[in-house]
Design a protein around this ligand. Structure first.
Ligand SMILES: Cc1cc2nc3c(=O)[nH]c(=O)nc-3n(C[C@H](O)[C@H](O)[C@H](O)COP(=O)(O)OP(=O)(O)OC[C@H]3O[C@@H](n4cnc5c(N)ncnc54)[C@H](O)[C@@H]3O)c2cc1C
Length: 530
């Protein structure tokens, strides 16, 4: 099979046009093309008057050998093997089923692989099943109480369950394909296998999460909710089992720990147990909102609204002379800014979109990178203390009722408290309060954002428009902690496999799921089938 890249077609092309373009690119007769499938479809919008779709396809041809010479060009090559590489079980006997802590992307995909391989994992999740969790999240967004174990970060599906469900990643790993295929098997649209920027949407994700849970159970695994892992039982620095909610005990020598980046109590417990941890860099900033219609026109010109383009996005970065960097992150086209707190007296923002991405506003995190050198001390958990300070300030600034502090970009740049907003309605619920966002941001972060906004304006005119809405404060872009692990994926405690974003080895749904698979493979390599 050959991979043929860079087949460019106009937006309104038909399937037959793609076949013809492929035949023309290969300079073969139509009859020589046996079959093909699209491997990747991307939008090339660099020239707004001539926006194209660019395809890579995998094709089976008669007499492929005659392309032997061309095979080394970047446009025609042998199709790489994308098959998932199974691992061989190891020799050690498992005295009890493996435990997976957390049912976010890392935990779910780890458990799914273990279940598929016959290891009958037991998943322990502190929160509720995704449908019940959705009700708790809705109640909080409608002004009700925050549930500390059932919120935007905690509960079945993890932090990714109510998100845009973007599956884009910077990692290149053979497991990515496996993740996409498992998601399609769980009900995701099949186009995620080939579009260059796949996404799932908050409205569709819960059904996929439930289907993955059902597959784990059908294969002999278990998923237990309302099971906070509150302690680890060790002997000679080896896992014996876990304590649940301070009272029950579940035995196992093998535990995959995928708690996500917000499990502050779990990180504290690990530290007290003696598991080796390290502070790590992360980012902090605000969400910015613009009209999606403006963005569609800015990115696609007169082609804006074309059904093959969908809602436009952007990605921007700025490197300040002093060494700080600002960047946009987790851009949610046609989405909403969401209340993502996990504690009753702290405020956190994030963003999500429904599958259709049809909301009026585009939003994105606008972040500045920080490192352990910015923390007040060199304790491994100092980054969490740092987050807490700014989340508390944001909570206070919003009025201590989970209303978010909001300011227009124009007022932020001019450093005056906002008294009114322009035409862009903030989408954050349960509500917002006009204020001065510098009061809940470190000076160097506010300063870097003030330098970055005019720079982004040059890259994407209108980005720093005076009426763009800023909402604070975004602190959970990635984990402030790393749980150290060795080449066999084990922590300083044998049999404890840290995985995913909270462990500090991933950032985003895809890379967390991939890391979960990786951790499960390491466990399989060590232990024989039960
Ligand atoms: C609103 C929002 C939108 C996002 N949008 C995107 C996006 O579009 N694309 C993208 O790539 N990424 C997105 N992210 C980030 C993405 O969700 C995370 O990177 C990803 O979910 C991390 O996966 P994880 O499995 O490592 O951890 P998590 O998803 O955080 O899952 C951890 C799980 O562990 C459970 N848990 C924690 N501690 C314990 C304990 N002690 N005992 C038992 N259970 C425990 C939690 O309840 C949770 O279910 C978004 C995040 C948020 C909050």
């Amino acid at each position: 099979m050959l991979r043929i890249n860079q087949i460019k077609l106009p937006l309104d092309h038909t399937p037959e046009d793609l076949t013809k373009a492929l035949v023309a690119k290969l300079a073969i007769k139509a009859a020589e093309l046996i079959e093909y499938r699209v491997f990747r479809q991307a939008v090339d919008a660099r020239k707004k008057r001539a926006i194209h779709l660019v395809y890579s396809v995998d094709a089976v041809l008669e007499n492929e050998a005659r392309f032997q010479q061309a095979r080394n060009s970047s446009d025609i090559m042998a199709s790489p093997d994308l098959g998932y590489r199974d691992v061989v079980p190891g020799p050690e006997k498992l005295s009890a089923p493996p435990i997976v802590v957390g049912s976010g992307p890392a935990g779910l995909f780890a458990a799914l692989l273990l279940a598929r391989r016959g290891y009958r994992p037991i998943v322990l999740e502190r929160g509720k099943p995704v449908s019940e969790r959705r009700r708790d999240v809705e109640r909080f967004w409608s002004g009700g109480e925050l549930s500390i174990d059932s919120n935007l970060h905690f509960g079945e599906g993890g932090a990714g369950a109510f998100s845009d469900g973007k599956l884009t990643t910077l990692i290149h790993n053979h497991r990515c394909r496996k993740v996409l295929e498992e998601l399609v098997a769980a009900g995701a649209p099949a186009d995620i296998l080939y579009v260059s920027k796949p996404h799932l949407g908050s409205d569709r994700l819960p059904a996929m999460v439930k289907n993955i849970r059902q597959t784990i159970i059908t294969l002999g695994g278990e998923v237990r909710f309302n099971c906070l892992v509150s302690g680890l039982k060790l002997k000679d620095q080896k896992m014996i089992g876990v304590e649940i909610a301070g009272q029950d005990f579940l035995q196992s020598p093998a535990v995959i720990l995928a708690p996500g980046n917000s499990a502050r109590d779990t990180f504290a417990m690990l530290w007290e147990t003696g598991v080796k941890l390290q502070a790590k860099p992360f980012s902090l900033g605000v969400r910015i909102e613009h009209p999606q219609q403006w963005l569609n026109e800015a990115q696609y010109g007169s082609a804006a609204g074309h059904p093959r383009l969908g809602a436009a996005d952007y990605k921007l970065a700025f490197h300040a002379p002093g060494g700080r960097s600002a960047y946009t992150f987790c851009m949610c086209p046609g989405g909403q800014v969401v209340a993502a707190a996990t504690e009753p007296d702290r405020l956190v923002t994030n963003g999500m979109s429904l599958y259709a991405r049809a909301g009026a506003n585009a939003n994105s995190a606008l972040l500045v990178g920080i490192s352990p050198a910015d923390f007040s001390n060199d304790h491994p958990l100092a980054g969490i203390e740092f987050q807490k300070i700014w989340e508390r300030k944001a909570f206070d600034l919003g009025g201590k009722n989970h209303f978010a502090p909001v300011q227009s970009a124009g007022d932020f740049l001019a450093d005056r408290s906002s008294k009114t907003l322009g035409s862009i309605e903030p989408s954050y619920r349960p509500g917002w309060r006009l204020t001065r966002l510098r009061d809940c941001l470190p000076d160097y972060i506010a300063g870097t954002l003030c330098q970055a906004l005019p720079f982004f304006e040059k890259r994407l005119p209108g980005f720093a428009r005076a009426d763009a809405v800023l909402t604070g404060v975004e602190t959970r872009s990635s984990s402030p902690v790393r749980i150290l692990r060795n080449a066999d994926m084990e922590s300083s405690v044998r049999g404890l496999y840290p995985a995913g974003e909270g462990a500090g080895y991933a950032g985003g749904i895809m890379s967390s799921a991939v890391d979960g698979l990786h951790a499960a493979e390491a466990l399989i390599r060590k232990y024989a089938l039960p």
